[in-house]
Design a protein around this ligand. Structure first.
Ligand SMILES: Cc1ncc(COP(=O)(O)O)c(C=O)c1O
Length: 395
C-alpha cells in the first residue's frame, strides 16, 4: 500500500533515545529518566470516596458530554488560585480547561504557526513543546541561557535578526530540562522586549508551585500589561497527571480562538476528571498536598545533589535547582551522554541525554536527571553507579 502523508510528517521523527529508554521500564532500573511525580503522594483513598460522591451528586451528568471551555466552578477556582498565588487578575472567562498543558502547546502551534515561522525559545527547552510545535513546521531560534534564565541581550539580538518572529516560548520556573528559575530582572527584561516587539509570549508553568526555597517570583502573566502572555498551567505535577487536566489562560480575543481549536481536537476535556478535581478542591486543601510533595522533592534534591558532589568526578558540572523535578548535568565537552546512557543502562540506571532538548541539535555532553520519582536510597545508589560509568568515560 502506498499512502501519501501530510508534509508535516517529515518533521516528525522517531527518536533512538526513546527506544533506548524503553529498556528502562524494567523494575530493577533506577530511572532518573522520566518526569514522573512520586506516586506515593497521589491521594488514592480521598479519590475513592470522591469518585462515589461525584457519581452520587452529578449522576449521569458526570458521564455526559460537557462544554469546551470546561466545568465552570473549576474554571472559577483556577482563576482565583492564579490571582491569589501569582498576583494576576484573570477571570474564569479567561480559563480554558485542557487535556494536560501539553495540549496547550499543540493548540498554540495550531493558532500561531505557519511553515517556516520563527519560534524563539530557551536553549535548552522542553522536548514535548518542541515536538508539539514542530508539527507546524516552524524554525526554532534558540536563545542562550544561564542560571538566571534567558540572556536578554541575546534575546534582543535574536529579535533584531528575526523581527517577524511569531512566538516566544519559555518556562521561567524550574525549567524542564534544566531546573533553572528566571530572576526577576530577566522576567522584566523579557516583558519589555515582548512589549516593544508586540510579540506573544507563551509562559509554560507546570513547576511553579514546586518551589523549595524562597517564595516564587512574579509570573510573566502578572507582569503583562499588554495582553501578550498566554499562560499554560497544569494539575499534573501538583496533583495527578493521569486525570490529564491543565488550563490555558489567554487574553480575550485569543481565548475564543483557543476554544475554537480545542473543539476540533477533542470537543472538551474529560467531564469526569473535571468533576473529580473540582470536588477534591472543595473537600481538601490542595496547598497542603503541594507542601507535602514539595518537601519530599526538596529532600530528594538534597540527596541527589550531595551524592553527585561525592560521586561525580572533577570536571562534571551540575546545578542545585531551587524547585521542580530536574537537575542539569554538563559532562566535559567531547563526552557524548548518549554513549553514557547506553553504558548506564547496562548498570540499570537511566537518565535523558540532554541533546534532545536543543531543537537545533548539539550539546550532547549534557544530561537531564530527574529526582522526584525515586526513593532516597535508590537515588544514592543510582548516582553512585552513574559516577562510576562517567569515570569510565574520562579514563
Ligand atoms: C514544561 C512542560 N510543559 C508541559 C508539560 C506537559 O504536562 P501535562 O500535559 O501533563 O500538563 C510538561 C510535562 O512534563 C512539561 O515539563
Amino acid at each position: 500500500m502506498t499512502v501519501t502523508l501530510a508534509s508535516r510528517m517529515q518533521h516528525m521523527k522517531a527518536s533512538e533515545i526513546r527506544e533506548l529508554l524503553k529498556l528502562t521500564e524494567r523494575p530493577e532500573v533506577i530511572s532518573f529518566a522520566g518526569g514522573l511525580p512520586a506516586p506515593e503522594f497521589f491521594p488514592v483513598e480521598e479519590m475513592k470516596s470522591i469518585s462515589l460522591e461525584v457519581l452520587d451528586r452529578a449522576g449521569r451528568k458526570a458521564l455526559q458530554y460537557s462544554t469546551t471551555e470546561g466545568h465552570a466552578p473549576l474554571r472559577q477556582k483556577i482563576a482565583e488560585r492564579m490571582n491569589r498565588t501569582q498576583g494576576t487578575s484573570v477571570g474564569a472567562d479567561n480559563i480554558l480547561v485542557i487535556t494536560g498543558s501539553q495540549q496547550g502547546a499543540d493548540l498554540t502551534g495550531k493558532l500561531f504557526l505557519d511553515e517556516g515561522d520563527v519560534v524563539l525559545c530557551e536553549s535548552p527547552t522542553y522536548l514535548g513543546a518542541i515536538n508539539a510545535l514542530r508539527a507546524y513546521g516552524p524554525r526554532f531560534v534558540e536563545v542562550p541561557t544561564d542560571d538566571d534564565g534567558m540572556l536578554i541581550p541575546d534575546l534582543e539580538k535574536a529579535l533584531a535578526a528575526h523581527p517577524n518572529a511569531k512566538l516566544l516560548y519559555v518556562i521561567p520556573d524550574f525549567q524542564n530540562p534544566s531546573g533553572r528559575c528566571w530572576s526577576l530582572e530577566r522576567r522584566q527584561g523579557l516583558m519589555e522586549l515582548a512589549r516593544k516587539h508586540q510579540l506573544p509570549v507563551v509562559e509554560d508553568s507546570p513547576y511553579r508551585d514546586l518551589c523549595f526555597e524562597a517564595s516564587s517570583l512574579p509570573s510573566l502573566m502578572s507582569l503583562d500589561r499588554d495582553n501578550l502572555v498566554i499562560h499554560l498551567g497544569t494539575f499534573s505535577k501538583t496533583f495527578c497527571p493521569g486525570l490529564r487536566l491543565g488550563w490555558v489562560t489567554a487574553p480575550k480575543g485569543l481565548y475564543e480562538k483557543y476554544v475554537l481549536l480545542k473543539q476540533g481536537v477533542d470537543l472538551h476535556s474529560s467531564t469526569m476528571s473535571q468533576l473529580l478535581l473540582d470536588r477534591y478542591l472543595e473537600r481538601h486543601d490542595i496547598e497542603q498536598n503541594i507542601a507535602r510533595i514539595t518537601a519530599a522533592y526538596r529532600a530528594r534534591r538534597d540527596v541527589m545533589h550531595a551524592a553527585m558532589t561525592r560521586e561525580f568526578p572533577a570536571g562534571v558540572r551540575f546545578n542545585r535547582p531551587q524547585g521542580g523535578l530536574f537537575l542539569w548535568v554538563e559532562l566535559p565537552e567531547g563526552i557524548d551522554s548518549r554513549d553514557v546512557l547506553a553504558a548506564a543502562i547496562q548498570r540499570d540506571v537511566a537518565f535523558v541525554p540532554g541533546g534532545c532538548f536543543f531543537p537545533n541539535g548539539g550539546h550532547h555532553h549534557t544530561m537531564r536527571v530527574n529526582y522526584s520519582n525515586m526513593p532516597e536510597d535508590r537515588i544514592e545508589e543510582g548516582v553512585r553507579r552513574l559516577g562510576s560509568v562517567i569515570r569510565s568515560f574520562l579514563r
